[in-house]
Ligand binder design. Sequence first.
Ligand code: IPE
Ligand code: IPE
Ligand code: MG
Length: 256
Amino acid sequence: MTARNATSNDDAGSRERIPRHLAIVMDGNGRWARRRAQPRSFGHRAGQKAVRTTVEYCLRRHIGVLTLFAFSSENWKRPDTEVGALMDLFLKALDKEIDELHQNEVRVRFIGELSAFSEALRTRMHAASLRTAGNTRLTLNVCVSYGGRWDIAQAARRAAEAALAGEIDPASLDEAALAPYLCMADVPSPDLLIRTGGERRISNFLLWQLAYTELYFTDTLWPDMDATQLDNALDDYAHRERRFGCVPDPVTARAS
Ligand code: IPE
Ligand code: IPE
Ligand code: MG
């Protein structure tokens, strides 16, 4: 990774229009492989390079939080061979990338139902999180065995436990009171969601957190994602008017 040396897209002048939190549904690996008459696992391996490119890009553009959807709650339903290949890839990727991520001051976290993974993988994920916990340049959330419905359900369960323990009053459990129990409550909600691979759906990603996120869909398959494609998504985002249910700002409206 050469994030520290990168220059071409250093664009401090337009930082306010850059998302603080970028979330990505990395889709299209299987089709990328099929077009090359290769097994789906070949596409997953190729997708790793796009992850590196994206992390470098976020470091260069001063994006503070990157959340990647790597494996959904529903992806366990895929054939054993594909799930096995993905688990193998996660293990190898962790061993291969963690030193460089740490050098680049990236805090890495794994978000999802981690108890579903093997002991070996859980140990590696835990060690990587612990090692990088003090890094502040970029927070990289890797969503694995993650589902938006699972997230809301686990938040509700933990809130119910707190109520049973007398720590909170169930009658006061509104949105603001439930929010801290959701995964990633310590970072702002995503400003921009990119989904590669051509499908226009959320596929049970961050259902709560995406309430006011700007959505960007591209036909590019994940292994083909590069800095130019990311620039396109960010340019598009920079021209969105985010209203959050309000009316347009009169000053901005007059100027446009
Ligand atoms: C995304 O690519 C990676 C995972 C879901 C693990 P896919 O494997 O879904 O690729 P397509 O959508 O079948 O092309
Ligand atoms: C979403 O992609 C999950 C990840 C990218 C990890 P899927 O390929 O699983 O989604 P569907 O099946 O097309 O909705
Ligand atoms: Mg897919």
